[in-house]
Design a protein around this ligand. Structure first.
Ligand code: G6P
Ligand code: MG
Length: 216
């Protein structure tokens, strides 16, 4: 049985990767580091701190702690400039219907995201009320693939890991779910997410009924 569905945010509910890219790109330009969309793939599901470390590694640069922190703040300010323009129509296709169907069936819904901006984004998209629990970058200490974020989601929804299904677009997120003893639906391409129980391109042609059948 499925008692709770735990959703990653970035890349699952909304495509914020493009805004993360624009902000990191602007920062990398300022640092004189070449940063491409391919490089951006490495930052999916990765924390803000680790993301900047990866970019610095790409450019073979180091920063003082003070500069590191001020560049992180700068990136986030730029990121939020883009994010604050977002409207409900940026919710990825099929997501809203999927959330509504889960509610109708009494399945609990939780967010499991590494982002410290998660609440702000859910509010902008007007979907905060669909979530029974919100676990985000402000409430976890260990990054995916550590299962902490999803285990807290299970706890907050009063369910066991075996009763949960996780939706993830990042490899580290799929691993986090598996490490937590949960079933997982990969959102994206089979190639990167092969460890998931099933992989679908998105929610556009995927219903709660399809989910049940696939996991039966
Ligand atoms: C998600 C995204 C990452 C992002 C991280 C932290 O996991 O996939 O690209 O770096 O959240 O987000 P934040 O909004 O706190 O910078
Ligand atoms: Mg993601």
């Amino acid at each position: 049985t499925i008692k709770a569905c735990l959703f990653d945010l970035d890349g699952v509910i909304v495509d914020t990767a493009k805004y993360h890219f624009l902000a990191w790109k602007r920062l990398a330009d300022e640092l004189g580091i070449n940063f491409t969309e391919d490089d951006n793939e490495k930052l999916k599901g990765v924390s803000r701190v680790r993301s900047l470390e990866i970019i610095l590694e790409l450019g073979g640069k180091t920063l003082s702690e003070e500069d590191f922190n001020s560049f992180m703040t700068k990136k986030n300010d730029w990121y939020l400039e883009y994010v604050d323009q977002m409207k409900e129509d940026e919710i990825l296709p099929g997501v809203l219907d999927f959330l509504k169907a889960l509610k109708a069936e009494g399945v609990k819904v939780a967010l499991g995201s590494a982002s410290k901006n998660a609440m702000r984004i859910l509010n902008l998209l007007n979907i905060t009320d669909y979530f029974d629990a919100i676990i985000d970058g402000t409430s976890v200490s260990a990054a995916k693939p550590d299962p902490e974020v999803f285990l807290k989601g299970a706890e907050a929804t009063g369910t066991t890991p075996a009763e949960c299904v996780v939706f993830e677009d990042a490899e580290a997120g799929v691993e986090a779910a598996i490490n937590g003893g949960m079933r997982v639906v990969g959102i994206g391409e089979e190639e990167a997410l092969g460890k998931a129980n099933i992989v679908v391109p998105g929610f556009a042609n995927f219903s709660v009924e399809d989910l049940k059948k696939a996991l039966a």
